[in-house]
Design a protein around this ligand. Sequence first.
Ligand SMILES: Nc1ncnc2c1ncn2[C@@H]1O[C@H](COP(=O)(O)OP(=O)(O)OP(=O)(O)O)[C@@H](O)[C@H]1O
Length: 319
Amino acid sequence: MIEAKNLTKRYGAKIAVQDLSFKVEPGRVTGFLGPNGAGKSTTMRMLLGLDRPTGGDARIAGRHYSDLPAPMRTVGALLEARAVHTGRSARNHLLCLAQTQGLPAKRVDEVLELVGLTGVAGRRAAGFSLGMGQRLGIAAAVLGDPEVLILDEPVNGLDPEGVVWIRQLMQRFAAGGRTVFVSSHLMNEMAVTADHLIVIGRGRLIADCSTEEFIERSTDKSVVVRSPDAERLTGVLSGEGGKVTADGDGALAVENLEAARIGELAAAEGLVLHELTPRRGSLEDAFMELTRDTVEYGTPAAGQAAAGQPAAPAKEETR
Ligand SMILES: Nc1ncnc2c1ncn2[C@@H]1O[C@H](COP(=O)(O)OP(=O)(O)OP(=O)(O)O)[C@@H](O)[C@H]1O
């Protein structure tokens, strides 16, 4: 439904997007990830005909955005958190948009209800909080009941209830066979929202795979084991090919053996286990690992964290 082919964008000497090719398939939520300045917004803007590619091609539903007969019915978009600078009420703002596309006024009331703004529909949109503005932006995006949703940082400014709401909205859209392409810096949120990921760094493709595979590929898997007889257990597990290291506080971290196998081996030897916990890396770990060399605007602390050393927890970007 969305296709980028050798997409390239230069701003003078700066190459924002370089020879980028990917497809975003319907029926799943596809996350679009990359460090600051990686080229995500530029790519989305080119898909939506707001920036002209220097080279390559960007298509939605097989056409360039400008060739879509009824753009709002095909693709809904929310680009970057931005207040709506209008003296109009939320309802009138949406009514104007609806009129330009020949959509019925009834649809405006439906989307106001959907985004939870019915109660403030008569208030001036310019006075809305960031979160309310985001909801209004999402209302505009879904106004035409589009087949494709393109959302740039949609959870910015939303409170926890709003974050869950937008997640469920995207997942409902995808489950109905539509295409959802969403950028975010909130890794925990992406990990539970996106089925598939497209990851870029310095304008180039780094990964195009399922979220599962992305994490598996770039993080170590281990099992935390506790036993009152850790020494004997270490011998047994090492003998079966496990790589056993002390994990602090008397626990063992075991690599190369699945939790079930560890349990079976312990049982066969009559060894008591107090804990058997599979542990795998997070999407954030995988992202840091894979994009480490492409971070343009990094800090020393973030660099250390990426290299697996302790650092102050990085603040997740909310622009
Ligand atoms: N209009 C412009 N003129 C010059 N350079 C630009 C322009 N727009 C973007 N860039 C540059 O292109 C690169 C990609 O920017 P872009 O905003 O697409 O990245 P991003 O991945 O969306 O970043 P972020 O995560 O910070 O939003 C950056 O280095 C940026 O400074």
